[in-house]
Design a protein around this ligand. Structure first.
Ligand code: AMP
Length: 120
Protein backbone atom coordinates (compact mmCIF):
# COMPACT_ATOMS: atom_id res chain seq x y z
CA UNK A 1 0.00 0.00 0.00
CA UNK A 2 2.66 2.50 0.96
CA UNK A 3 5.07 3.73 -1.66
CA UNK A 4 8.00 3.80 0.75
CA UNK A 5 11.19 3.09 -1.11
CA UNK A 6 9.88 3.86 -4.60
CA UNK A 7 10.08 7.09 -6.56
CA UNK A 8 7.30 9.61 -5.88
CA UNK A 9 4.44 9.53 -8.36
CA UNK A 10 3.97 12.32 -10.88
CA UNK A 11 0.99 13.53 -8.81
CA UNK A 12 3.08 13.72 -5.63
CA UNK A 13 5.62 15.75 -7.57
CA UNK A 14 2.86 18.11 -8.74
CA UNK A 15 1.62 18.48 -5.14
CA UNK A 16 5.17 19.36 -4.05
CA UNK A 17 5.45 21.88 -6.91
CA UNK A 18 8.33 19.93 -8.42
CA UNK A 19 6.38 19.50 -11.67
CA UNK A 20 4.30 22.37 -13.07
CA UNK A 21 0.53 22.03 -13.37
CA UNK A 22 -2.48 24.31 -13.37
CA UNK A 23 -3.81 23.76 -9.85
CA UNK A 24 -7.52 24.51 -9.56
CA UNK A 25 -8.26 23.47 -5.96
CA UNK A 26 -6.34 22.37 -2.89
CA UNK A 27 -7.00 21.36 0.72
CA UNK A 28 -4.65 19.95 3.36
CA UNK A 29 -5.05 16.44 1.93
CA UNK A 30 -6.37 16.85 -1.63
CA UNK A 31 -5.13 18.60 -4.76
CA UNK A 32 -6.85 19.14 -8.12
CA UNK A 33 -5.22 20.23 -11.38
CA UNK A 34 -5.98 20.34 -15.09
CA UNK A 35 -5.24 17.10 -16.92
CA UNK A 36 -2.30 17.58 -19.29
CA UNK A 37 -4.15 15.62 -22.04
CA UNK A 38 -7.79 16.73 -21.66
CA UNK A 39 -10.56 14.42 -22.92
CA UNK A 40 -13.34 16.99 -22.34
CA UNK A 41 -13.63 20.80 -22.24
CA UNK A 42 -13.17 20.54 -18.46
CA UNK A 43 -10.86 17.69 -17.41
CA UNK A 44 -9.45 17.94 -13.91
CA UNK A 45 -7.51 15.31 -11.96
CA UNK A 46 -8.41 15.21 -8.25
CA UNK A 47 -5.99 13.27 -6.10
CA UNK A 48 -4.76 12.75 -2.57
CA UNK A 49 -1.52 14.41 -1.53
CA UNK A 50 -0.44 11.14 0.07
CA UNK A 51 0.17 8.23 -2.25
CA UNK A 52 -0.67 5.59 0.33
CA UNK A 53 -3.54 4.29 -1.83
CA UNK A 54 -3.13 3.07 -5.39
CA UNK A 55 -6.79 3.19 -6.42
CA UNK A 56 -10.30 4.07 -5.26
CA UNK A 57 -11.04 0.60 -3.90
CA UNK A 58 -7.99 0.75 -1.63
CA UNK A 59 -8.89 4.29 -0.54
CA UNK A 60 -12.51 3.35 0.22
CA UNK A 61 -11.35 0.46 2.38
CA UNK A 62 -8.49 2.31 4.07
CA UNK A 63 -9.74 5.87 4.55
CA UNK A 64 -13.39 6.44 3.54
CA UNK A 65 -13.29 9.94 5.02
CA UNK A 66 -10.50 10.91 2.65
CA UNK A 67 -12.48 9.48 -0.28
CA UNK A 68 -15.46 11.62 0.75
CA UNK A 69 -13.16 14.65 0.89
CA UNK A 70 -11.83 13.88 -2.59
CA UNK A 71 -15.37 13.62 -3.99
CA UNK A 72 -16.32 16.88 -2.28
CA UNK A 73 -13.38 18.69 -3.89
CA UNK A 74 -14.42 17.19 -7.24
CA UNK A 75 -17.92 18.62 -6.73
CA UNK A 76 -16.50 22.03 -5.84
CA UNK A 77 -14.36 22.02 -8.99
CA UNK A 78 -17.36 21.02 -11.11
CA UNK A 79 -19.50 23.72 -9.46
CA UNK A 80 -16.87 26.28 -10.36
CA UNK A 81 -15.95 25.17 -13.90
CA UNK A 82 -19.07 23.45 -15.27
CA UNK A 83 -22.83 23.75 -14.92
CA UNK A 84 -22.55 21.29 -12.02
CA UNK A 85 -23.19 18.20 -14.16
CA UNK A 86 -20.12 16.10 -14.63
CA UNK A 87 -18.61 12.64 -14.87
CA UNK A 88 -16.43 11.37 -12.06
CA UNK A 89 -14.19 8.55 -13.31
CA UNK A 90 -11.82 6.39 -11.29
CA UNK A 91 -9.88 4.13 -13.64
CA UNK A 92 -8.98 1.14 -11.50
CA UNK A 93 -6.31 -1.21 -12.82
CA UNK A 94 -4.18 -1.26 -15.93
CA UNK A 95 -6.80 -3.05 -18.03
CA UNK A 96 -9.26 -0.26 -17.17
CA UNK A 97 -6.87 2.39 -18.44
CA UNK A 98 -5.18 3.37 -15.18
CA UNK A 99 -1.69 4.65 -15.88
CA UNK A 100 -0.84 6.45 -12.63
CA UNK A 101 -1.10 4.17 -9.59
CA UNK A 102 -1.81 6.93 -7.09
CA UNK A 103 -5.54 7.20 -6.40
CA UNK A 104 -7.23 9.93 -8.43
CA UNK A 105 -10.54 10.85 -10.01
CA UNK A 106 -11.13 12.49 -13.36
CA UNK A 107 -13.73 15.29 -13.36
CA UNK A 108 -15.05 15.51 -16.92
CA UNK A 109 -17.55 18.10 -18.02
CA UNK A 110 -18.50 20.79 -20.47
CA UNK A 111 -17.53 24.36 -19.81
CA UNK A 112 -20.10 26.67 -18.30
CA UNK A 113 -22.57 27.73 -20.97
CA UNK A 114 -21.35 25.26 -23.61
CA UNK A 115 -24.24 22.79 -23.34
CA UNK A 116 -24.26 19.01 -23.18
CA UNK A 117 -21.08 16.99 -22.86
CA UNK A 118 -20.88 14.56 -25.79
CA UNK A 119 -20.28 10.88 -25.18
CA UNK A 120 -16.76 9.44 -25.59
P1 AMP B 1 -5.23 7.37 -15.42
O1 AMP B 1 -4.94 6.95 -16.84
O2 AMP B 1 -6.64 7.17 -14.99
O3 AMP B 1 -4.22 6.76 -14.48
O4 AMP B 1 -5.04 8.94 -15.38
C1 AMP B 1 -3.81 9.57 -15.34
C2 AMP B 1 -4.03 10.94 -15.92
O5 AMP B 1 -2.97 11.77 -15.50
C3 AMP B 1 -4.05 10.98 -17.46
O6 AMP B 1 -5.30 11.51 -17.89
C4 AMP B 1 -2.89 11.90 -17.82
O7 AMP B 1 -3.16 12.72 -18.92
C5 AMP B 1 -2.72 12.69 -16.52
N1 AMP B 1 -1.38 13.23 -16.33
C6 AMP B 1 -0.20 12.55 -16.42
N2 AMP B 1 0.83 13.38 -16.17
C7 AMP B 1 0.29 14.60 -15.91
C8 AMP B 1 0.83 15.88 -15.60
N3 AMP B 1 2.16 16.08 -15.49
N4 AMP B 1 -0.01 16.92 -15.40
C9 AMP B 1 -1.36 16.74 -15.51
N5 AMP B 1 -1.93 15.56 -15.80
C10 AMP B 1 -1.13 14.50 -16.01
Amino acid sequence: MSSTGSAPSIFSRIARREVPATIVAETDRIIAFNDVAPKAPVHVVVTTKSEDYRNVAELAAGDPGLLAELVDVARQVADELTNGQFRLVFNTGEDAGQTVFHVHAHVLGGRLGEGTLGSE
